[in-house]
Design a protein around this ligand. Sequence first.
Ligand code: ATP
Ligand code: MG
Length: 365
Amino acid sequence: MAGLRLHGVKKSFGEVPVIRGIDLDIIDGEFCVFVGPSGCGKSTLLRMIAGLEEMTEGLITIGDRDVTWLPPARRGISMVFQSYALYPHMTVAQNIAFGLKMAKLPKAEIDARTGKAAKLLQLTELLSRRPAQLSGGQRQRVAIGRAIVREPDVFLFDEPLSNLDAALRVQMRIEISKLHNDLKATMIYVTHDQVEAMTMADKIVVLNAGMIAQVGSPLELYHRPNNLFVATFIGSPKMNLIEGRVEEVVNGNARIQLASGSMIEVPTRGTTVAMGPVTLGVRPEHLLVGKTGAVNSFKGKVQLSEHLGGETMLYVSAPDIEQCVIKADGLAPQRAGDEITVELAPQTCHLFDANGQAIVNGSLI
Ligand SMILES: Nc1ncnc2c1ncn2[C@@H]1O[C@H](COP(=O)(O)OP(=O)(O)OP(=O)(O)O)[C@@H](O)[C@H]1O
Ligand SMILES: [Mg+2]
């Protein structure tokens, strides 16, 4: 087992910079998730860690070994891809054992490791089947089995579940988390799925255009985003953003005027907040349908009401914000066309400056 360190890692394809300077420490045994929009460089970064892509600049160490110039096979990593790429003519057992056979390990050792991995992944009954006779989830488990038997220091996963249907994804997500608990190995996992990132990660790395936008635990990123990019990337539905102007700061509250003239008072938590334009961020669960004339509110009109059973998403347009989303009660009675008062919980509001940097993070405590 080992941790991993990236130092000044850069990559250009020809003249085009894709990874623009990454410094990152991943602790031994940590489950680290990379997220970011399509094309931001997640797979490229993972492939550089694996040694499948040459770096333009920088250093990578695994444990105390500098692996920057080592070939993939000598880095002590295993990678699981989105496509399982199993050999169709081989059985499950042969697929799992293939890498070990190539490495010419003794047969008894290969059998022992294959048996152990199969047990861990509940594949023991399926060892003599071929990939065509397996479900998608079972195939992905075989691909993971192939990674496990190599007993790597670090596991790399590049969107391993995105080919599976929703129910299987949930099941596999739980299985990979359990696997992490059992193996206590360092894992780096790329995903587009908010729930996977939030539930599986010890640490999330948010990437934006080849740079790190923020690193933190899932709840740190959710509650204390450093900037607008992270604030709107983490969380679904997205954080609502309302443009306003700080008119004055009184008794530790920034008085913010919205386009319609509505005033919102947000606690500044000891931070100096300058007068002038500001972006106010508030998550859908921190908005509610309030009473007419409530403080810290603005008027809007319901455009759409989505009843999801346990909760209702109300899409509201207002002079102050083109569209905001309220996460309301499952039985919320509002319908499209209703005029409502949208009330904010001011202690949960975030403030961002003109450069998109967070000035104040809201908090429930
Ligand atoms: N071999 C290559 N040659 C040139 N450009 C490349 C090459 N591989 C990737 N790129 C470019 O590098 C950028 C990052 O690609 P990468 O595959 O790392 O993105 P990603 O974050 O994994 O995206 P996705 O979420 O869609 O998988 C993209 O703009 C892509 O077009
Ligand atoms: Mg990718």
